[in-house]
Write a protein that binds this ligand. Sequence first.
Ligand code: ST9
Ligand code: ZN
Ligand code: ZN
Length: 333
Amino acid sequence: TKNGDAVMEKDLLSHEDLAAARGMVDDIFDETYREKEGPKPPLRYVWRNIILMSLLHLGAIFGLTLIPSAKIQTLAWAVLCFVVSALGITAGSHRLWSHRSYKATLPLRIFLTIANSVAFQNDIYEWVRDHRVHHKFSETDADPHNAMRGFFFSHIGWLLVRKHPDVIEKGQKLDLSDIKADKVVMFQRKYYKPSVVLLCFTLPTVVPWYFWDESIIISFFIPAILRYTIGLNATWLVNSAAHMFGNRPYDQNINPRENPLVSLGALGEGFHNYHHTFPYDYSTSEFGWRFNLTTAFIDFMCLLGLASDRKKVSKEVILARKMRTGDGSHKSG
Ligand code: ST9
Ligand code: ZN
Ligand code: ZN
């Protein structure tokens, strides 16, 4: 088939077929898992992370106060860095590598890996491992950012304490062979720290300072520190807000919700009730480009021949699912 036609053809496939068509099923919710009985293990704080995250957020607030004195090119550059880094997460570690919801050629994988290091959210391998356990064992002890533990924990708290042992136990049983086989991903893992120093902090700082004589302070605190902090919080809102606030038109038995505001900041990743119901859909929503720059980006990559094989759930399957398990909110929307 031609690139663009893959979407239509997949309409005839069932849920299971679509899931399996990706060659991996470890992001599908496992209903058989039960949390262990008895008291929960005590919290073990990781003070290094608590201190670094506090400093980062203080730096971001300082960056905010510098906005009125920044050159317009610097602000535009910060937005560009934000969008590129966000695509490295949404189109990269999320929709491509975690869920295999489309295929990407080598040049696109290289671009997404570079963009992913700009975002500095752990290397792709680690991100995918944590994300697959998040879907498979959603809202249990084996979910790294278990939203049952509250807004703060699912937002940032989970990065400030040691993981629940069940995350590691269950995570070790995941099939990550597809990720291990991707040489670009494993190259990033090997050189992750230098790639972050260069791409998340140095490059965003040097460009405004070198090309349009921005002050080095503004160059560092806006396109690097503030932009990075906003990217983190936009991502974390998917784990916190989009697991708590919004409708559940596709499955009212799970916590993830439809949250358009989160989608706006996270380039399309806030349609989270849909996404947990149909994790293999490349668009993470039934509404195409609406609040969904990532889908527009993937479609554009297909047009250029750099991506293909987009997995899309048919309207019929979506409607049947809404009728069967939805909360009825789609009728009013
Ligand atoms: C960050 C990530 O922010 C954000 C991810 C968010 C996910 C979002 C999902 C929503 C989807 C939509 C995307 C929207 C995007 C929007 C973009 C808009 C801009 N399985 O981890 P360690 C084993 S990162 C199997 O140290 P501790 C493994 O052997 C921010 N095994 O555990 C491992 O060793 P290795 C920047 C696992 O000691 C070993 O355990 N980064 C698993 O409990 C030790 O692992 C940071 O701040 C597993 N799942 O420490 C760093 N996990 O890796 C934060 C572990 O060698 N992280 N193992 O194989 C840390 O410092 C630590 O992980 C810790 C836990 C302190 C949190
Ligand atoms: Zn996901
Ligand atoms: Zn989720």
